[in-house]
Structure formats: structure tokens, C-alpha cells
Ligand binder design. Structure first.
Ligand SMILES: C[S@@+](CC[C@H](N)C(=O)[O-])C[C@H]1O[C@@H](n2cnc3c(N)ncnc32)[C@H](O)[C@@H]1O
Length: 268
């Protein structure tokens, strides 16, 4: 038996996604997180490392699927001819509009759409380059990937998480089982089953996590988890007070918790 072929990776992803993060597949979930995304520096180093690896040139059109508040959209708009920024969440796009206006960027077209429902060639034309950064937040990963492929004229860039040890440590401190998305290997194998052999570049960040204070770290996780008991709040604050140290005006982990992502890409 060849497990890479006999496992149904689409079904395996769906099962793992629904077991760990079913609420993340709703637009309401992302609407509520827009402010958090706008205010946090969480993606700063990730964005910088990913941008270095994206080959995007002046004459090209880019489609950024699940663009959020525009962490990648804005720098890509400085390099590309045009960027279409697509997201299901209007509050995310409202921040993106504000960020683009502040940056004086005029080559961004914004579309509020659910990617799973967007018509390729009707709602969204084929673009030279399709980027999808940490946005396969659906049980229906296969449909999402097939459409990313259809929408690209030249290259698709798809990033997804490999591991977040700091998140795992937070769950340990809470005494809760670790809940995370199914990781990139599902998506890589799913692509393989679709006949796509993607290149993979591993992106690692040591400085990914930073907070204004241990209390701000607690507020961040309170917003992420939404149902912390008073005892869990106490345990978590103690954890942040012990694990974070102050340096150059911010609080970062005392020891490295390297987060990693896979940037998968394929040419058409
Ligand atoms: C983790 S954020 C990533 C944002 C951005 N790509 C980045 O790397 O900073 C995931 C984004 O995907 C969007 N999203 C989730 N499901 C979507 C769907 N079905 N169609 C379009 N956007 C979706 C969310 O609203 C959110 O903005």
C-alpha cells in the first residue's frame, strides 16, 4: 500500500479541521478578529520572510486570496502592476482600505467574496500570480486549492503552518489539549493527489511572538480563546510572567519558540 496515494487527503483534512477548528471556517469568526489582526505585530517577521521568497515583478497581476488586513497585499502592490485583494470578511477589508489609503496605493482592487463561491473568469479573472497566505481556513481545502490553481496564469504561492511551539506551550499552561489546524503536510499531499508537485520552502521565525506586556499577552489569548475561566486566566498570566522577558520596549519569550511555515509554490 502506498499511503500517499491510498489516503484520501481531502477527507483527512476535513476530519482534522472539523475536530480542531470548526468555528474558524465562518466569516463571523474573522470579522471579530479583524481588529486583533490590525493591531498586532504577529505577522511582521513572517510577512518579511515570505515576501523575500515571492517572485513578483512590475508587469504582473496578483490575486491575494484571504488577504486579511493586507499584510502582503500592500507590499505586493508596490511591486506588481495590480493586486486584487479578496477576503470574505468586510471588517478585514475595511482595515485594508484604510491601510492602502494611508500608504497611497491606488492599484489595489478589493473584493469581498467567499473564495469557495467565487466564479473564476466571472467574479475573478485569471491573474498572473495567485497568493494565498495562511488562509485555507475551511474544511473544503480541496475545492479551495483547485480554484487557486484555476485562477493562476503563471504561479501559485500557498503558505500554511508547520508548527507553532509557543501556541502549544500556551495550551499546556492552560491544561487544555492543543488545538491547531491540520498542518501543511495534508495540503502538500492533497496537491500531490491533484497532480501538482509543489516546491516547498520552509520559513522559520524566531522572533515571531512579541507583546506589549504579559497582561497584553493575556488579553490577546483571551480574545483568541474567548472562554477562559478565572483559574485559566490566572494560570496563563503566571505563564506569561514567567516565560516572557522585556527587551527593547517589548516582551518576547525568554527561550526560542521557533514558528515555522511551508511556502508551497507551483508553476502553471
Ligand atoms: C489568518 S488570516 C490571513 C490573512 C493574510 N493572508 C495574512 O497572511 O496576513 C485568514 C484570512 O482568510 C480570510 N478567509 C477565511 N475564509 C475565507 C474564504 N472562504 N474566502 C475568502 N477569505 C477567507 C479571513 O477572513 C482572514 O482574513
Amino acid at each position: 500500500m502506498n499511503p500517499f496515494i491510498s489516503i484520501d487527503w481531502s477527507a483527512a483534512w476535513r476530519e482534522a479541521f472539523l475536530a480542531h477548528a470548526p468555528e474558524n471556517a465562518t466569516s463571523e469568526y474573522w470579522d471579530k478578529r479583524a481588529e486583533l489582526f490590525q493591531n498586532q505585530a504577529r505577522f511582521d517577521e513572517y510577512t518579511r520572510l515570505i515576501l523575500r521568497r515571492l517572485r513578483v515583478g512590475g508587469g504582473q497581476s496578483v490575486l491575494d486570496v484571504g488577504c486579511g488586513v493586507g499584510n502582503l497585499t500592500l507590499p505586493l502592490a508596490q511591486r506588481a502592476r495590480t493586486v486584487t485583494a479578496l477576503d470574505v470578511s468586510e471588517p478585514m477589508l475595511a482595515y485594508l482600505r484604510k491601510n492602502a489609503a494611508e500608504a497611497g496605493l491606488k492599484n489595489i482592487e478589493i473584493k469581498q467574496l467567499d473564495w469557495l463561491e467565487a466564479g473564476i473568469g466571472s467574479d475573478v479573472p485569471v491573474h498572473d500570480i495567485v497568493v494565498c497566505s495562511c488562509a485555507v481556513v475551511t474544511p473544503e481545502a480541496q475545492s479551495m486549492l483547485v480554484k487557486l490553481n484555476e485562477a493562476a496564469g503563471r504561479i501559485v504561492y500557498l503558505s500554511w503552518e508547520i508548527a507553532h511551539p509557543f501556541h502549544a506551550a500556551v495550551y499546556r499552561a492552560l491544561g487544555r489539549p492543543y488545538r491547531s489546524y491540520p498542518n501543511y503536510i495534508y495540503l502538500y499531499n492533497l496537491l500531490y493527489q491533484l497532480g501538482i508537485a509543489a516546491e516547498v520552502s520552509v520559513v522559520k521565525s524566531r522572533r515571531q511572538i512579541q507583546f506589549e506586556s504579559p497582561q497584553a499577552a493575556l488579553a490577546h489569548w483571551r480574545a483568541r480563546l474567548r472562554n477562559l475561566s478565572p483559574q485559566e486566566e490566572k494560570n496563563l498570566l503566571e505563564f506569561f510572567q514567567k516565560e516572557l522577558k522585556q527587551t527593547a520596549g517589548v516582551w518576547i519569550p525568554r527561550r526560542p519558540y521557533p514558528s515555522s511555515w511551508a511556502l508551497m509554490s507551483w508553476r502553471k
